[in-house]
Every structure is written in structure tokens, then in C-alpha cells.
Design a protein around this ligand. Structure first.
Ligand code: FE2
Ligand code: FE2
Length: 211
């Protein structure tokens, strides 16, 4: 769905000059945020089409001096106006893109905005976190499993304090579950690295044995 927009966004991201670690492709991030946004919409409601299109545009733009959410919102507005979208739809999409980094819940925004914010935070938290920390470690100096483990623990501790940033109930629950999954993963890793003597009990993770 939204093939033309995906193509447009893919090109924008490829050419906008925003740098990241080589394995963190921002277009792939965009597609994962799109998938998270769909999952959240199924749980929380909201206008699916607005949420999907806002997710696709949310990181499309970049400028060294202007916040990227503003650049992305301007790109979305321009593209959607030129391609015949209704003004009322454009307004909702642009609002969600422009606010996707606004982490305070002071202003009251439409549900579509909160779903996009939560989808953006949920990406790269969970099993992908382990890949990220492993790959980032491998690109640094003297990589080792121990260094990857330490990096994983370091960012995991930081992420544990970020649940308040999530805006929807489903987003908070999914966030907690992924933190619990990583807690569990780290326990196994500690055992396999020989840092602890006892296997985690129970051995298999289920949402019931999360803390
Ligand atoms: Fe962003
Ligand atoms: Fe993003």
C-alpha cells in the first residue's frame, strides 16, 4: 500500500545527507515504524490511513539547522498537496509528522499523533537492540562479545527509564514487554558468557514470567 509515497520517501532519505551507523538504514526504520503504527492502530483505534502516511513521512526530511520533524512535515505537505490529497487529511498527517518528537503529554493531540510517537520509540527496542549493540560494537575498536554485552546492559538501563515517554496504553505495555524480554535475554547471555553460574529459571521467556 502507498507505493508511490514509499518510493518518494525512499529517494528523499537516500539523498537527504542524514548520517547514521551504516547498518541503521533510515528507510528500513521507516518501514518498521509503519508496521508498529499499524499494530498500535489495531489496538488503539484512530484513522489507519492517516497513521500509515504520517509514518512514511515522519523521518523523510533532514536539514543541518532545522529540526527534522519540521522538514519532514513540509515535505509531506508539499507532496500530498501536489498529489491531490484532501486538505483535511493533509492537515492531520502534517500535524502527526511535525509532532512525532514531542515527548511531553502537556498538549492534547489527536490519537494518530500519539500512535506515531509510540511506534517511533518501539522500533529498535527488543531483539533488534541486540543486533544493534552487537554491530555497533563490531564497528568499534577491539570488538568482543564482552564489549557487546556491556553496551547492551548500558543502553538497556537507560531504556528502562523511558517508559513514561510512551503515550498510549498499548504502547506502554509493548514497551514493558520488550524491556522484560531484554532482561531475560541478558540473563541468558550472562550465563553463556560464564558471568553467572545459574541458568535463568524458567528457561523459556513468556510474558507471564516477566517482572
Ligand atoms: Fe524522527
Ligand atoms: Fe523515526
Amino acid at each position: 500500500m502507498h507505493r508511490a509515497i514509499k518510493e518518494y520517501v525512499r529517494n528523499q532519505i537516500a539523498n537527504n545527507g542524514r548520517t547514521s551507523q551504516p547498518f541503521r538504514d533510515r528507510y528500513q526504520h521507516t518501514l518498521r515504524v509503519y508496521a508498529w503504527a499499524e499494530r498500535l492502530q489495531a489496538l488503539e483505534g484512530g484513522d489507519l490511513r492517516i497513521i500509515q502516511i504520517a509514518a512514511l513521512f515522519h523521518d523523510a526530511g533532514w536539514d543541518d539547522h532545522i529540526p527534522h520533524q519540521q522538514v519532514s512535515a513540509a515535505l509531506a505537505k508539499d507532496y500530498l498537496a501536489k498529489n491531490g490529497y484532501a486538505d483535511s487529511d493533509i492537515e492531520k498527517i502534517v500535524q502527526a509528522v511535525a509532532n512525532h518528537n514531542q515527548r511531553s503529554s502537556e498538549a492534547s493531540l489527536p490519537k494518530e499523533c500519539y500512535i506515531l510517537m509510540d511506534a517511533d520509540i518501539l522500533d529498535e527496542l527488543g531483539a533488534i537492540t541486540v543486533l544493534w549493540d552487537g554491530m555497533a560494537t563490531a564497528l568499534g575498536s577491539e570488538p568482543s562479545y564482552m564489549k557487546a554485552y556491556q553496551r547492551l546492559c548500558h543502553y538497556h538501563e537507560q531504556n528502562k527509564g523511558r517508559e513514561h515517554l510512551l503515550q498510549t496504553e498499548s504502547g506502554k505495555r509493548l514497551y514493558r514487554e520488550r524491556i522484560a524480554f531484554l532482561d531475560y535475554f541478558i540473563k541468558h547471555l550472562e550465563y553463556e558468557l560464564g558471568l553467572v553460574h545459574d541458568l535463568p529459571v524458567p528457561l523459556v521467556f513468556t510474558p507471564q514470567n516477566r517482572h
